[in-house]
Design a protein around this ligand. Structure first.
Ligand code: TLP
Length: 372
């Protein structure tokens, strides 16, 4: 219950509180959950807004709270329109469907979420092939991308879309600079190719770059971002783009069964997520840095803390003589949970339900387990 400890601590004398927690056994059971920033619980303000949300049937376009959320997202991203979707995966797949035709290629980084974690849907749902390339730290460049675009020929599939991910999840929350994104967009547009941004954590990118999301995403044709990750909403993502793009996206969402009815209950939390929560993301980045620095001091772990720019900490555990699965199993016995990227790489994410003290505690648990 990561939410509860800090809340109660502010209300009571801290020492008395810890004693009580020990007596009740709560402290020893408390789990530090660093698997993802998706694990956060809605804040009290979100729960209140959800309970009081004005709602209507959104399939008829009559949910005032969803309409407010879509208008807010469009305004913040400087777009004509936006669409509320249940998940980031659905948002990405709708965008791919709208931008492409079956038989086309989509260029993306080799560890892209659309490739590794979206169930082969670009092929299944949109009939497209992914043409991947590797970018250092997950960051692509126009120079490398253009080599992957085939000359027009009767025998070659056309490139229907370029897909970017900022921040890049599996590269460790890395941030693509605005100039790099813009060069890619300019090059792609010259060739008549649209660009979609998987911006699940684009607000983290904005904090790391010190620039508003509207500047980062100015040149992409569509952007998906998540309300339910670092921004703390319980459910939901947004797709933003031109009016024509969003009109088409709305009908694809319906085809996927994503037409939600009184979704204002969810959108109410989304409004708080988009308007209030970006302000606190720098805390998650600072905690990730603290965690990374502490991990770098543990013999056997491989991590370069200076590469940690946002809230994702990825490190290699092969030097401790355990695979990531076994290490994570042992950490769980000490009430710490993380996730595995592969056999020897572990991923930890900071978020609003873990504190700086939790991160230091996590590092000390990892040190203990690695030593054994
Ligand atoms: N990422 C999840 C897992 O699926 C790996 C996580 O815990 O990080 N794009 C990116 C870059 C993402 O990281 C995710 C979720 C999504 C899209 C999909 O979002 P959801 O889970 O809402 O479908």
């Amino acid at each position: 219950m990561p939410n509860e400890l800090p809340k109660m601590t502010t209300m009571k004398n801290a020492a008395a509180h810890v004693l009580e927690e020990k007596e009740s056994g709560f402290l020893s059971q408390r789990v530090i959950d660093l698997r993802s920033d998706t694990v956060t619980r809605p804040t009290p303000a979100m729960r209140k807004a959800m309970a009081e949300a004005e709602v209507g049937d959104d399939v008829y376009g009559e949910d005032p709270t969803v309409n407010r959320l879509e208008a807010a997202a469009a305004r913040i991203f400087g777009r004509e329109a936006a669409l509320f979707v249940p998940t980031g995966t659905m948002g990405n797949q709708i965008a791919i469907k709208v931008h492409t035709h079956p038989g086309q290629e989509i260029i993306c980084e080799e560890r892209a979420h659309i490739l590794d974690w979206e169930m082969g849907m670009p092929a299944w749902f949109s009939g497209c092939v992914l043409r991947t390339l590797s970018g250092e730290d997950g960051i692509l460049s126009w120079r490398e991308i253009q080599k992957k675009i085939p000359e027009q020929s009767y025998a070659r599939a056309r490139t229907g879309l370029i897909e970017l991910e900022n921040t890049h999840n599996m590269a460790g929350g890395t941030v693509t600079p605005v100039e790099v994104m813009e060069e890619i967009c300019d090059g792609a547009h010259d060739r008549g190719i649209p660009v979609h941004l998987d911006g699940a954590r684009v607000f983290n990118a904005a904090v790391a770059l010190g620039r508003p999301v509207v500047e980062i995403t100015r040149k992409v044709d569509s952007v998906m971002f998540c309300l339910s990750k670092g921004l703390g909403a319980p459910v939901g993502s947004m797709l933003a783009g031109s009016r024509t793009f969003i009109d088409h996206a709305r009908s694809v969402r319906k085809a996927l069964g994503g037409g939600m009815r009184q979704a204002g209950i969810l959108a109410a939390a989304g409004l708080i997520a988009i308007e209030e929560m970006p302000k606190r993301l720098h805390e998650d980045h600072a905690n990730a840095k603290i965690l990374a620095k502490a991990l770098a001091e543990i013999p056997g772990l491989k991590i370069e803390p200076e590469r940690v720019k946002t809230n994702i900490v990825i490190f290699d555990v092969s030097g401790v003589g355990l695979g990531s699965g076994e290490l994570l199993r042992r950490l769980r016995e000490h009430n710490l949970i993380g996730s595995a990227v592969n056999e020897f790489v572990v991923r930890l994410l900071t978020h609003m339900d873990v504190s700086r003290a939790d991160c230091l505690q996590a590092a000390s648990i990892i040190r203990k387990v690695c030593k054994r």
